[in-house]
Design a binder for this molecule. Structure first.
Ligand SMILES: C[S@@+](CC[C@H](N)C(=O)[O-])C[C@H]1O[C@@H](n2cnc3c(N)ncnc32)[C@H](O)[C@@H]1O
Length: 265
């Protein structure tokens, strides 16, 4: 059930793995290994050139421009002075490129749904992948970020809406629905089939497991669920175990979990 690159949440050993993850990642787990394993599992595809997707992102002037303008205004939460710095940080973790860009480039989903947008860093990467595919749309569900509320340690800049890092050029592929996912997610998943669901909203056990099970029950076999912060508590572990699913986690950041839906007969 568990992928060979998996680090099980709740297993004490994972903490040590986490500390030396960069070393392990370089030594035994080539970048993109977990994504390769997933593509082999669902598409029987063994070729993946992650560097091509990294190059695409580095050369993306639309993302670069909006990122630099947000840095200038002092809006970006984790400030890196250049776009290249920001992306070399991301590249050190092949997990981000794998799950929020390369996977979308490879699977060419028609409809992606995410909960939790905040500044829109991940949102804009997903939209860039859809734009490069020349197909697909993204629906984001978000409560505006406020420091100290809903497990957030950061507030939106004054008078800014969630997703201020989303470039104008990509907005025709994007719909932001403001509200609690507990009120909006079910309808959003039922109104049209969803190919990829991404959880990154409230990281409490109760809320995470509610979103995972809601997505699982409202999506078809072969569709994908991604979650950030799966190591914060045992919600992901219990979800995966209870529904007998397989978890794919990239050693560069095993805190992101990915699974392929398979309902029991
Ligand atoms: C961790 S941040 C999202 C980060 C974003 N995905 C990124 O990669 O930059 C979580 C966001 O979820 C929002 N949120 C928290 N609880 C929520 C809920 N119940 N429904 C919808 N959004 C929620 C927070 O206000 C915040 O904007």
């Amino acid at each position: 059930m568990w992928d060979k690159y998996l680090i099980r949440p709740g297993n004490k050993k994972f903490l040590n793995y986490f500390r030396i993850k960069r070393f392990i990642h370089k030594a035994v787990c080539p970048p993109g290994a977990a994504l390769k394993s997933l593509l082999k599992h669902i598409l029987n595809k063994s070729e993946l050139k992650l560097e091509i997707y990294q190059e695409e992102l580095l050369k993306n002037n639309v993302l670069k421009e909006i990122y630099l303008s947000a840095v200038k205004k002092g809006w970006v939460p984790k400030k890196c002075d250049s776009y290249e710095d920001r992306f070399s940080n991301l590249f050190r973790s092949s997990a981000n490129i794998s799950w929020f860009y390369a996977l979308i480039r490879e699977l060419k989903p028609k409809r992606v749904v995410e909960t939790g947008t905040a500044a829109g860093g991940t949102t804009s990467m997903i939209l860039a992948a859809l734009e490069a595919n020349n197909s697909g749309k993204l629906i984001s569900i978000d409560l505006p970020s406020e420091k100290g509320k809903n497990t957030m340690n950061w507030s939106l800049p004054e008078r800014q809406k969630a997703g201020f890092l989303v470039p104008e050029q990509y907005k025709y592929r994007w719909e932001l629905r403001t509200g609690d996912s507990k009120d909006l997610l079910v309808e959003c998943l039922r109104e049209e089939p969803c190919d990829i669901f991404i959880h990154d909203s409230l990281h409490t056990y109760e809320h995470m497991i509610w979103e995972y099970v809601t997505a699982f029950l409202n999506m078809q076999d072969g569709k994908i669920i991604i979650s950030d912060d799966v190591l914060w508590n045992k919600a992901w572990l219990n979800f995966i175990t209870n529904f007998d699913l397989r978890s794919f986690q990239d050693l560069s950041n095993p805190n992101i979990g990915v699974t392929v839906i398979k309902h029991k007969e």
